[in-house]
Every structure is written in structure tokens, then in C-alpha cells.
Design a protein around this ligand. Structure first.
Ligand SMILES: *Cc1c(COP(=O)(O)O)cnc(C)c1O
Length: 445
């Protein structure tokens, strides 16, 4: 249940009209629904109830402090991939919230910071990293809790840019040699090998890769235990798919059925690292139509959100549903998920009277700056608002200042109230880290 709906032709987030938010905070604007976030967290907990999983919210999906705080208050820990994300987790999370630290390039400073913070686990991605963590921990008179991230070498399962478990990617340790690495770590005074980590990629719309990965994990856990390691954690990562188009994602129960047998077989504590699953459909991006134009047989809708706000369409070829915030007369209220306006998927609501196939583009100076291509949309007027759905994950967290565009504001809605959780950037913010200086002429000139 995602709490975005149309009522009398108006889009609402919970009980707040989007139009009201756009008026108060301006556009482009990210709007998040608290009820939706918590609903997704609850549904994951329920599906995996038997295993009482440690759910570590993957901060890179959306690092806003208020969102981290909300999830932390409701029992989530955090999955971080950098010192900056660890900083966010420590700022926003409740004291003692479990934190797992993944990433192929952890620096010595980040490793020290994580040891100081008392992370639950380092998810180790290479042999050299393992020895570096061990040495730093030893220097500090500590033993670092580690899980080895294994690349289970599975067939392709998602976009090539986000598939992290096919052979030859930069992530994790090779499944063929990881047992040798574990053996070498035995008895290391700075390391305590406590688990296995597998993040397969994202988004993954099938459960089969999880079943295959978990089966391989069972075997590895047996081998590590035979070596003498006390393996307590199985971290199956994140990557659970969501409905971007209409109903393509399996329910949380289906992922649980694929993963839980490995927990029963090993008795390990399950860790999950959902990002997209929790926030993806809890957020929309709202923009304002600026201009329309037609050229070369194409119709363009130019609006004020751009690739710097939401890079997924141009980076991954992702489909985001989008629809007017106020429906034109004659267009009925429908659940936003019914607006599968992907022209390839044959939807009965696609080509209603008065619709026009349009490329929805932003003001950035790149032909890759688009949010949708060839989308049947009602005719819209300058000043009309547009809602871009499923923008809660990898939207704001991947936003940039390209073209010197101040980043959008973010608002969190609960029931009939709303709160600004990140103000819109100003022009002064854009240059706050820079110097405007002139160096004396050097000799080479
Ligand atoms: C990105 C990432 C996740 C979260 O992926 P989602 O698809 O957002 O659930 C989890 N674990 C690791 C290690 C990641 O890099």
C-alpha cells in the first residue's frame, strides 16, 4: 500500500494535496510518505518474522537524516558504504543501532572510524582489505568483526550497472577462493570472522538468485565452521525489487521463502540490507511544466526537474511512471500504479482521448536529460504540476549540482501534516566550498 492517491482529480500524499506542498515549498520537490515507509518496513519484518532479521536500512538509497531517524526509531539498523554514510547513521540512528559497513574501497580512516563506532560487521570485499582491517584493529588493540562478502557467480539478473554477483565484477571475494582466505584469517589477532555477506545486485525481480545464493552460503558456512570459525551471521544484502511499472515485483514473502531455508539450515542470525524496497515507492518527485515544444515529429514537455534530480532514466534506462498532479477534465481518478504508462507494456489506460506521446525533459544541457520518452500523457499547460513516481530511492541520493542547479527540497508527510526535511539549496550553497582566487603567474607561463 503506497499512500499516494487521486481524489477528485487531485493527487494526495496521505492526506495532503501535492499541490499545497508545491505551492509552499516550490518545485522540483521530493515528497515522502511516512506511512508508506513504515508499511514497507513492517511488511519485510512480517515476511521474515520467523528469523527475526536484523534489518539494516541501506543509506545510499536515501540518506536524509529524518528518513534514517524514522527507520531507526522503528527498529532498523543501517547498511553503510562510506565514512559519510556512517556519519549519517551515527547522527540519525538510535544509540547502539546495528551498522554493517560494505564497499570495495574502505580507507584506513574509514576503517578506524567504523571500529570506533563499534560496527556490527565489516563486509569485506577483498583479501587486501581484510588484512588492512586486521592490522588496523590490531594496532588499536581490537578484533574487528568481519563477514566475507562472497560473489556467488550467478547468471545476470538485473541491469549490468547494478548487477554485483556475476563473475568478474569488482564486488566481493571469488567463491572459488574465499575458503582459502577464511583459512588464512584463522587465529588472526585483529580479526574475528563471524559471517558471510552476499548482496546480489539491485533491483532483483526474481527470487531464484536469492535461493541459489543462499544455498551456496550454506555450503560456505559449513566449510568456515569446519575450519574453526564461529559463524553467526548470514547477511543476504538488499536488492529486493519494487513496482516501478505496475506489479512486477514479487511480494516480500517470496523473497523470504527463498532465503529462510538457509537460516534454518545454519542457525545463523539473518541480516538484510533493504534500501529501495523501503523508500523507493515512499517518495515522488514533483515538478512544474515550463514549456511545450514540437520538433522533428516529437513532442517535448519541458519541466523543472532534470537528470541532476533523478538520474535513473538516463543512467539505467529506468521507467518511472509520471502523471499530472491535477488530472485534466475527463481523466478518471485511478491508483497511480494503474498508470503503467510504459508504451511497451500495452496498457488499456494508455491512449485515452486527447493523449499525446511526449518526451519529458528537463532544463539541463544534455540530450540525455530526460525523465521519460514517448509517454502518452494528457496535454499539459505551463504551470501545471507533474508527479514522477517511485522516486524515493536513488533519487535525491544521486542528485547533483550539474548545470549549477541547486538541489531540490525534501518534505516528509504524515497524515495531514508535513515537514521540510531538507531545504532547497541556494546559490550561495552552490559556491560555499569554493574560493574565487587568482594565482600569481607561474614560471611555465
Ligand atoms: C546498494 C546496496 C544495498 C541496497 O540495495 P537496494 O536495492 O536499495 O535494496 C544493500 N547492500 C549493499 C552492500 C549495497 O551496496
Amino acid at each position: 500500500m503506497d499512500h499516494f492517491h487521486y481524489l477528485n482529480g487531485q493527487l494526495y500524499c496521505e492526506n495532503v494535496p501535492i499541490q499545497e506542498l508545491a505551492k509552499q515549498y516550490g518545485t522540483p520537490l521530493f515528497v515522502y510518505s511516512q506511512a508508506t515507509l513504515l508499511h514497507h518496513l513492517r511488511s519485510l519484518k512480517k515476511a521474515f518474522e520467523e528469523a527475526k532479521p536484523i534489518i539494516c536500512y541501506s543509506i545510499k538509497a536515501n540518506g536524509n537524516l529524518s528518513i534514517c531517524r524514522l527507520l531507526g526509531e522503528h527498529g532498523a539498523g543501517f547498511d553503510v558504504t562510506s565514512g559519510g554514510e556512517l556519519y549519517r547513521a551515527l547522527k540519525a540512528g538510535p544509540k547502539g543501532a546495528p551498522i554493517v559497513f560494505a564497499g570495495v574501497g574502505k580507507t584506513a580512516a574509514e576503517i578506524r572510524m567504523a571500529l570506533d563506532a563499534g560496527v556490527l560487521l565489516f563486509d569485506v570485499e577483498s583479501e587486501e582489505e581484510l588484512w588492512t582491517i586486521g592490522r588496523i584493529a590490531q594496532e588499536l588493540g581490537r578484533r574487528a568483526p568481519v563477514a566475507l562478502r562472497v560473489n556467488p557467480d550467478l547468471p545476470p539478473k538485473t541491469h549490468v550497472k547494478t548487477d554485483t554477483s556475476v563473475k568478474g565484477v569488482k564486488f566481493g571475494l571469488d567463491i572459488e577462493t574465499v575458503v582459502e582466505v577464511a583459512r588464512a584469517a584463522l587465529g588472526h589477532p585483529g580479526l574475528e570472522l563471524m559471517g558471510i555477506h552476499m548482496h546480489l545486485g539491485s533491483p532483483i525481480l526474481k527470487t531464484e538468485p536469492y535461493r541459489q545464493g543462499a544455498e551456496k552460503a550454506i555450503r560456505l558456512i559449513e566449510q568456515f565452521r569446519q575450519q574453526g570459525h564461529n559463524i553467526r551471521y548470514l547477511n543476504m544484502g538488499g536488492g529486493f525489487g519494487i513496482h516501478y511499472r505496475r506489479d512486477e515485483a514479487p511480494p516480500a514473502d517470496a523473497y523470504a521463502q527463498a532465503i529462510l531455508p538457509a537460516i534454518r539450515a545454519t542457525g545463523c542470525q539473518l541480516i538484510l540490507e533493504p534500501g529501495r524496497f523501503l523508500v523507493g515507492n515512499a517518495g515522488i518527485l514533483v515538478s512544474t511544466v515550463l514549456y511545450r515544444k514540437s520538433t522533428g515529429g516529437k513532442h517535448y514537455l519541458i519541466q523543472d526537474a532534470a537528470m541532476n534530480d533523478l538520474i535513473r532514466p538516463t543512467l539505467y534506462g529506468s521507467i518511472h511512471r509520471l502523471w499530472p498532479v491535477r488530472l485534466p477534465p475527463g481523466v478518471p481518478d485511478r491508483p497511480p500504479l494503474d498508470m503503467n504508462i510504459n508504451p511497451d507494456q500495452g496498457n488499456p489506460f494508455l491512449d485515452f482521448e486527447g493523449s499525446l506521446r511526449q518526451d519529458v525533459v528537463g532544463p539541463v544541457c544534455e540530450s540525455g536529460d530526460f525523465l521519460a520518452k514517448d509517454r502518452p500523457l494528457p496535454r499539459m499547460e505551463p504551470g501545471d504540476l507533474l508527479a514522477i513516481f517511485s522516486a524515493g530511492a536513488y533519487g535525491m541520493s544521486m542528485a547533483s549540482n550539474y548545470n549549477s542547479r541547486p538541489r531540490a527540497a525534501e518534505v516528509l508527510v504524515t497524515d495531514a501534516t508535513h515537514r521540510l526535511i531538507r531545504r532547497r539549496e541556494t546559490y550561495d550553497d552552490l559556491i560555499a566550498c569554493e574560493e574565487c582566487c587568482l594565482l600569481p603567474a607561474g614560471r611555465s607561463q
